[in-house]
Design a protein around this ligand. Structure first.
Ligand code: SF4
Ligand code: SF4
Length: 217
């Protein structure tokens, strides 16, 4: 399936949160009233005002005092989106997929407030949310307004390290192969691409994905 893909190379991420802020800025989303929950992750989860969030997990380590795992989290733009499958049972084509694979929550999701929880539950990563301000379901849009104008998504443009990459499938798959080979050399056999066959957002990680999930906060 052609179209656009992301590579999220967690080996290059410094957790600067530039992507999180760029997403908020481009989408003109207000700040969340929040607090420290006991880790560097803030806010606690994706929500109606936060479409991209840098997740932090930390563990005691033998070599160092702490081992950190972090990654930039958002919608994976699934190849067969479970959220759309669920939403279609309630209101056909409230969620659509565009010609390059962006999963788009249309204005029709304004009529899905009551169903928003079951649609969120249908997402394997619990990504979408009901926005009280916009009065519709929301999540990462793949910055399709920018992409349609020939620009990179705001998060990718802001990333200073090459952790976030975006482009045509063939280019991103080639880059993914190269980065994976580098990661295997440096971090060992556990380096892999998570859920490669199901999503347009390819995560290069170097340990079991469960470790990247923040501990209960
Ligand atoms: Fe839908 Fe979740 Fe897949 Fe995004 S990651 S397309 S919200 S199921
Ligand atoms: Fe990581 Fe890049 Fe996001 Fe910074 S901008 S947190 S380096 S993915």
């Amino acid at each position: 399936m052609a179209g656009k893909f992301f590579l999220i190379d967690t080996t290059r991420c410094t957790a600067c949160r530039g992507c999180q802020i760029a997403c908020k800025q481009w989408n003109e989303l207000p700040a969340d009233k929040t607090k420290q929950y006991g880790s560097y992750q803030n806010p606690l989860d994706l929500n109606g005002n936060t479409y991209r969030l840098v997740r932090f997990a930390e563990y005691p380590s033998k070599k160092n005092s702490m081992a950190w795992y972090f990654f930039s989290d958002a919608c994976r733009h699934c190849l067969a989106p479970p959220c759309k499958k669920k939403a279609d049972q309630i209101l056909k084509d409230a969620i659509v997929v565009n010609d390059y694979g962006a999963v788009i929550y249309t204005e029709k999701t304004k009529d899905l407030e009551k169903a928003s929880k079951v649609i969120k539950q249908a997402c394997p990563w619990s990504v979408p949310n009901w926005s009280k301000d916009q009065k519709q379901m929301v999540k990462c849009t793949m910055c399709r307004d920018r992409v349609d104008a020939g620009l990179l998504p705001a998060c990718v443009k802001a990333c200073p390290t090459g952790a976030l990459n975006f482009g045509e499938e063939a280019d991103i798959k080639k880059l993914t192969k190269e980065r994976l080979a580098e990661a295997k050399k440096k971090f060992g056999a556990k380096a892999h691409i998570e859920d490669e066959k199901d999503v347009r957002v390819l995560f290069l990680i170097v340990d079991d994905f469960i470790k990247y999930k923040p501990m209960e906060l």
